[in-house]
Design a protein around this ligand. Structure first.
Ligand code: NAP
Length: 298
């Protein structure tokens, strides 16, 4: 089977690496010829180029460009596809992409492999990035079941855990567990930047240890991707941020009123919720890359 990949960055390059190792013929297309060169030299793809024409023989195409370029890429790709070619994407937001792309191409299956690192570009591509990580598929009632099955089989071959949802539910869920944490983590870092006492700031930086690193890691990722998540998932992200603000206000109030019993009850309930959520992520943590960056990106 011939698999096409458009956008040879962290996600596209990592997908290409794994799929090639699993015996698929991988055709890669990227914007810059320098990226294509690296993909060829590293043996990430079988064939590579900057023209989408290369994908005319592909059975399935993964669009792995930045979110804003997914639908425009599909539009440019269509003249080279046969009617049966399956197209899927890896965008971190699903509603606007699925809405537009399903109208453009009947064999389009929305997808989101939920793995990543803080790095970007072809140099960051790595093997087994998706092993043990969730892979969400968001077909619509009109998506052909054969196309969905095919994407599911490929995602399964990567060692991912497959989940199905509607695009709307996907965006609501990732707003809560991915996009909100990015913004909260960024605002924690931003709070440090606002410290005017240079002695305190300097000491804080020296004292920052694993707790600070864990709570701020996702706020130090790819800024372009972070801004795009907010732009394309604005409604759900704002709703999550408002809920977060309410939680923060409640915690401020119990501390101001010295209601220590209520604070302890809140911390008990969050501890229980964390333990339940963690059960699902344990397999992902086991696959953490050696450099200490956990998979489970945007
Ligand atoms: P990335 O490392 O910056 O890679 C994106 C690649 O797309 C770049 O290498 C660039 O290739 C290429 N590109 C840009 N515009 C293009 C165009 N018009 N035509 C063809 N190629 C183009 O970003 P990424 O982290 O892999 O993210 C890619 C997608 O994966 C995004 O939609 C994102 O939402 C999704 N995603 C990201 C993560 C994560 O944690 N990073 C996780 C899951 C899903 P050149 O080098 O040739 O310019």
């Amino acid at each position: 089977m011939k698999i096409g990949i458009v956008g040879l960055g962290l996600i596209g390059g990592s997908l290409a690496l794994d799929l090639r190792r699993r015996g698929f013929e991988v055709l890669g297309v990227s914007r810059q010829s320098s990226t294509c060169e690296i993909a060829k030299t590293r043996g990430i793809v079988d064939q590579v180029g900057v023209s989408l024409k290369l994908l005319s023989g592909a059975d399935i195409v993964f669009i792995c460009t930045p979110i804003s370029k997914i639908a425009p890429t599909l539009k440019k790709l269509i003249p080279y596809l046969s009617g049966e070619t399956i197209v899927t994407d890896v965008g971190s937001v699903k509603m606007p992409i699925v809405q537009e792309c399903s109208t453009l191409w009947s064999h389009f299956v929305g997808g989101h492999p939920m793995a990543g690192t803080a790095k970007q570009g072809i140099e960051a591509a790595q093997q087994d990035l998706f092993a043990g990580a969730p892979y969400v598929l968001t077909p619509t009632p009109s998506t052909p079941s054969t196309a969905v099955k095919q994407v599911e089989e490929i995602a399964h071959s990567l060692g991912s855990r497959i989940y199905y949802s509607t695009p709307e539910e996907h965006d609501g869920a990732v707003a809560l567990i991915s996009h909100l944490p990015v913004m909260v983590s960024a605002s924690l870092l931003h709070t440090c930047l606002q410290e005017r006492n240079s002695i305190v700031l300097d000491l804080a930086q020296k004292l920052a240890s694993s707790g600070f690193r864990d709570t701020t890691r996702v706020g130090s990722g790819n800024p372009e991707l972070g801004a795009m998540m907010a732009r394309y998932n604005k409604g759900e992200l704002l709703s999550s941020l408002m809920k977060y603000r309410n939680s923060l206000d409640m915690i401020i109030e119990v501390i101001e009123t010295e209601d220590w019993d209520t604070l302890e009850q809140i911390l008990e309930s969050t501890k229980r919720f964390h333990a339940v959520s963690r059960r699902d992520t344990e397999r992902v943590d086991k696959n953490a890359p050696k450099d200490g960056l956990l998979p489970g990106g945007y």
